[in-house]
Design a protein around this ligand. Structure first.
Ligand code: CP
Length: 313
């Protein structure tokens, strides 16, 4: 046992960790997506029999949590859910001590969602098991980017050259950040669209070749894929954002959707707020793959868990 916590710090995360898309080579992304294509939750090989997957959620989640759980169980693993509410986190236990505790009871991999950027990275630097980032603050949501890429590829067969327009609250969006990194590494052309309060000019420095527009109509024209982001009302305090103004200028309506290519995909990571980011009829329109994105989260997370535990072949 190390004498101090500092002595226990490791320079790199355990092999199999998935902390973000930014530092991931394009070849690794492709391998994961290929592996996801082989995953079928209804006919899965029990690659993870005997393994324990700890789901540690400090923030609310429906899609990510349930699909990780179904993915793990489909592969034969046992899952345990720990949420901040009802656990010793409420008594003040630190992230690191929580992580040590979950490791001590037998976790083979920890999937963590946390409101602070870098929380999964901190855990990974102290633990000898893989850590998977299920969303850290406003930083990254790597499995969402992977399932979105998986969904685009199912319809379009390629990412290279695709015109992808991301609309809305980019500033607060870990989904957008991971998607931007993945799409950029894959050769897609990315346009960001939103008001300055939710899309500051500095966003252009995220990756090379990003375009920003304040006009929703300009952003949508000719797009192959439209990714609509949730307006994160819980993070808007202190910002001068009028929701009615947002609706007037950026809400995706059927008439705005006519500007995209005929065979364009309409995406949203969820949860969707009908009447704010998009209208009810847009959510239900034939171009919408919003429900399919959720469904694709299962094979993608199966692949991520299999890779984490060295069962990726
Ligand atoms: N897209 C997404 O992360 O949804 P949840 O917050 O429901 O997991």
């Amino acid at each position: 046992m190390p004498a101090t916590v500092d002595q226990a710090v490791k320079k790199t995360a355990t092999r199999g960790s998935l902390l973000g898309i930014e530092g991931m080579p394009a070849s690794e992304i492709q391998k994961l997506l290929q592996l996801a294509r082989k995953m079928n939750p209804f006919k899965a090989r029990l690659l993870l029999r005997g393994k324990r997957v700890l789901l540690l959620f400090y923030e609310a989640s429906t899609r990510t949590r349930t699909s990780f759980e179904i993915a793990a169980k489909s592969l034969g693993a046992t899952t345990v859910l720990v949420q901040s509410s009802g656990s010793s986190i409420e008594k003040g236990e630190s992230l690191l001590d929580t992580a040590y505790t979950l490791r001590a009871v037998g976790a083979d991999v920890i999937v963590v969602r946390h409101p602070h950027a870098g929380a999964p990275h901190l855990m990974a630097s102290y633990l000898d098991i893989p850590v998977i980032n299920a969303g850290d603050g406003m930083h990254e949501h790597p499995t969402q980017a992977l399932l979105d890429a998986f969904t685009i590829l199912r319809h379009k067969k390629k990412l290279d050259g695709m015109q992808v327009t991301i609309v809305g609250d980019v500033y607060h969006s870990r989904v957008a950040r991971s998607a931007i990194h993945l799409l950029s590494k894959s050769g897609a052309k990315i346009t960001l669209c939103g008001p300055p309060e939710l899309l500051p000019d500095i966003a252009t420095t995220l990756v090379e070749g990003l375009t920003i527009t304040r006009s929703c109509e300009e952003g949508l024209r000719g797009a192959d894929v439209v990714m609509v982001l949730r307006v994160q009302k819980e993070r808007l305090a202190g910002l001068q954002v009028s929701l009615q103004d947002y609706i007037n200028r950026y809400q995706i309506t059927l008439s705005r959707l006519r500007l995209v290519k005929n065979d364009a995909l309409l995406m949203h990571p969820g949860p969707i707020i009908r009447g704010l980011e998009l209208t009810w009829d847009v959510a239900e329109c034939p171009q919408s793959v919003i429900v399919e994105e959720v469904k694709n989260g299962v094979p993608v997370r199966m692949a991520v868990l299999a890779r984490a535990l060295g069962k990726a072949s």
